[in-house]
Design a protein around this ligand. Sequence first.
Ligand SMILES: CC(C)(COP(=O)(O)OP(=O)(O)OC[C@H]1O[C@@H](n2cnc3c(N)ncnc32)[C@H](O)[C@@H]1OP(=O)(O)O)[C@@H](O)C(=O)NCCC(=O)NCCS
Length: 157
Amino acid sequence: MEVKLRRARVEDATKIRDLHVAAIRKTCAPDYTPEQILAWSANRNVDRYRWAMEEGGETMFVAVCQNKIVGFSSCYDDEICSVYVHPNFKARGIGAMLLQAVEDEVQGAGWDEAHLNATLTAQNFYIKYGWQNTGGLKSEERNGVAIPCIGMTKRFV
Ligand SMILES: CC(C)(COP(=O)(O)OP(=O)(O)OC[C@H]1O[C@@H](n2cnc3c(N)ncnc32)[C@H](O)[C@@H]1OP(=O)(O)O)[C@@H](O)C(=O)NCCC(=O)NCCS
């Protein structure tokens, strides 16, 4: 099963949105309440993903397997904004590839360290790749509901 990464294109936005929602609803569900999962995944407008790529300045990568988008990651300046793998394609090394791509992008832009807000689901994934819990437990608000996450940092030098 060959998986390749490429830069995301605007026409990928609907597939990225669908994958994002599926990963939240399935992979993250054990770590959050049903109310949190619903609020977090609801009202995800495709335009938001297009805007992020075209105007928001996010660099976005997709993982492609047999012409299907199976994961995506994105970054902006020194912040990793997302790393998501479709639930049916977990545990095949795709998340690691996507994380490496955005770390390389941040480091290549000259930043000494990168930051992210990890889901409770992915915290140990990031720790495996050298990230540290530096920000403690925080929350991001989605549709009026607080979604707990963990502030993490990775130093490159
Ligand atoms: C977290 C996520 C991106 C990992 O993607 P994945 O493709 O399943 O991960 P990989 O197969 O590349 O795993 C690489 C390594 O990390 C480990 N790993 C993966 N997810 C892990 C987790 N949640 N906790 C601890 N270790 C994890 C794997 O066991 C593997 O280790 P190994 O090489 O020793 O076997 C994916 O599960 C996901 O999309 N989760 C839901 C969305 C999410 O929370 N994203 C983070 C947003 S901040």
